[in-house]
Design a protein around this ligand. Structure first.
Ligand code: ZN
Length: 573
């Protein structure tokens, strides 16, 4: 009694997939729905708004389809026997969360395309792709049905929508690491990118992560697919149990002539590392609230700081452990995370536990006030993981030990904050409850300066730019000028009345293309006259730069003293 989904590119230029769903034994009043969100991306996206022309038919007779709410429909099937639903879906989102189709490629993420058959969620599902343009190939981690062309199967609906599909003519490569067969698919790349380097580096990274979780034992999956879509500009990924869909800037792919790994490429490797780490942390080791997902509404947890933050801590750290970057370069990446957190006044307003809970309405809906009212649970979560790791390493243990304890104990049960506390205590040999309470539920700064110093890492403040000193976050382009995106709480710019959206035309009578150019003719502590445009009006505004300029942190290896045991254990010799 398998549910059968047939997907076809119905109109390449019109960007529409066609879906036919056959239910062998429908309920008399059969309800179907599309999820309102995609697991891993905590925003209600209302995928049903892209559904076009849902129709139903049984035994050759058309049946009425009655909408029940914004995402579900009911079909009254008068007889027993199979019910067939047909619909199209508008697919023109280049991100990794929904669906895209044009003459060059197609992509879909299950929640955006595949209807859930209520009461039949535990039925096996089959998905067939038909009508693909000549020469197109398909990449997916969903197991293929032996002997059937372009047909795949999943044991239930949850599994069905956890395998995105990429189709077209992408570059493809394979490697094996840690007992797992990997496939790497890249669409949209410039010809001649250094595919061998991408494969070799990803292999080292995957081997290091598998070793972290399992030593030499087999991980809980045998096959894994990376799907990377290269675009003009963009950066993101979405995790799945057996695959990940990534998008990144084309220029960040490695080039054959590169001697060193560029910063952009290291950023891409960090993304690959992040999403693969989720194979464990969040996909299999989950917040207890995520054991059963509700596809009709927000699913709340206070633990995203752990599942995204710890993953963010390990993403760059695993680049170091896999030998893809050295310790000074790792410390640069860490300082970037640190400076991002320290530059946002919202870290003193919202705890990472609150930020986790409010992800649906705050992190995923960032606006001009976000840095003032919110803390980023990815980056502060990563720093929190660092603070825990350094604390544990001071006690001769590590966060690695804690993660393995959680893995042994909580794959089936899901993870609570108390479980995290217990695993930390067991690893450290003492309770870390006070630290957890303070760091997870408090809004003070983490004691990283002390912990890093004890680990033999230096912390030096370096002057930041003029815009940072005034508390301005800008969007700058040579052609379009300088526009204020955000004004930070308590800043000189806020006191002077500068507002988000203002276009900054001149400083002290000089036209600016980049705001920090004004440092050439201004002095710290002196008043500046800004000429700005707001809602078609030209305004003047006097702002006094604080005498003490803003700073950013530079981390370094303390060479004055012999390397500490903690630093060697954490960063290597
Ligand atoms: Zn993530």
């Amino acid at each position: 009694m398998t549910l059968k989904y047939r997907v076809e590119p119905a109109d390449l230029h019109g960007h529409r997939f066609g879906v036919t769903l056959t239910i062998p034994d429908p309920a008399a009043e059969q309800v179907v729905s599309l999820p309102v969100w995609a697991p891993g991306s905590y925003l209600v996206r209302e995928f049903a708004r892209h559904v076009i022309g849902l129709s139903a038919e049984q035994g050759g007779q058309a049946l009425a389809v009655e909408p029940l709410d914004k995402s579900s429909w009911c079909v009254r099937a008068p007889r027993r026997g199979k019910l067939t639903l047909r619909y199209e879906l508008h697919a023109f989102d280049r991100s990794v969360r929904t669906a895209f189709l044009d003459a060059s490629r197609g992509f879909f993420n299950g929640p955006a395309l595949l209807l859930r058959v209520h009461g039949r969620e535990h039925r096996a599902c089959e998905l067939a792709l038909t009508g693909l343009p000549r020469g197109w190939k398909v990449a997916t981690s969903m197991p293929a049905v032996a002997g059937r062309r372009a047909t795949w199967s999943a044991p239930d609906y949850d599994a069905l929508i956890d395998h995105p599909f990429e189709m077209g003519t992408p570059w493809r490569g394979n490697f094996r690491a840690g007992g797992v067969d990997f496939e790497f698919v890249v669409s949209g790349a410039w010809p001649g990118f250094d595919a061998e380097r991408l494969l070799a580096d990803t292999r080292r990274l995957c081997a290091a992560q598998i070793a972290l979780w399992h030593g030499r034992a087999q991980p809980p999956f045998k096959r894994y697919v990376f799907m990377l879509h290269a675009v003009d500009d963009g950066y993101g990924g979405l995790e799945h149990r057996h695959s990940t869909a990534l998008f990144a800037a084309r220029r960040d792919l490695p080039r054959v002539e590169d001697k060193e790994r560029s910063d952009g490429y290291v950023g891409l490797l960090g993304l690959i590392s992040h999403e693969f780490f989720h194979s464990w942390n969040v996909m299999r080791l989950r917040p207890r609230e995520f054991l059963r997902l509700d596809y009709t509404r927000e699913n709340y947890t206070r633990l995203l700081w752990f599942f995204e933050g710890v993953t963010s801590y390990y993403d760059d750290l695993m680049l170091l452990r896999a030998g893809l970057i050295d310790a000074p370069r790792y410390l640069k990446l860490l300082a970037k995370t640190l400076n991002g957190v320290l530059a946002a006044p919202g870290r003193q307003v919202q705890s990472v536990a609150q930020a986790s809970f409010d992800a649906w309405i705050k992190f995923y809906r960032s606006d001009e006030n976000s840095p003032n009212a919110t803390v980023n649970y990815y980056s502060k979560g990563a720093l929190l993981a660092l603070a825990l790791d350094l604390t544990l390493r001071g006690a001769g243990a590590s966060l690695d030990d804690t993660m393995r304890l959680l893995w042994q104990r909580h794959v089936e049960t899901g993870v609570t904050e108390a479980d995290v506390g217990q695993a930390l205590a067991d690893a450290a040999g003492r309770s870390l409850a006070a630290e957890l309470q303070d760091w997870v539920h408090g809004t003070g700064d983490l004691p990283l300066q002390t912990l890093l110093a004890a680990a033999g890492v230096t912390w030096r403040d370096q002057a930041a730019g003029l815009a940072a000193s005034l508390g301005l976050r800008l969007s700058e382009g040579v052609v379009s000028g300088v526009q204020v995106k955000q004004v930070l709480r308590g800043s000189a710019a806020e006191a002077a009345g500068v507002a988000p959206g203002d276009e900054l035309l001149a400083v002290d009578g000089w036209r600016i293309r980049r705001f920090d150019d004004a440092r050439q003719w201004t002095r710290p502590g002196a008043a500046l006259e800004l000429l700005l445009a707001r809602d078609q009006r030209i305004l003047r505004c006097r702002v006094v730069a604080p005498a003490a300029a803003a700073t950013t942190v530079v981390l370094g290896m303390d060479s004055a003293t012999p390397p500490s045991a903690v630093r060697t254990a954490w960063l290597g010799a």
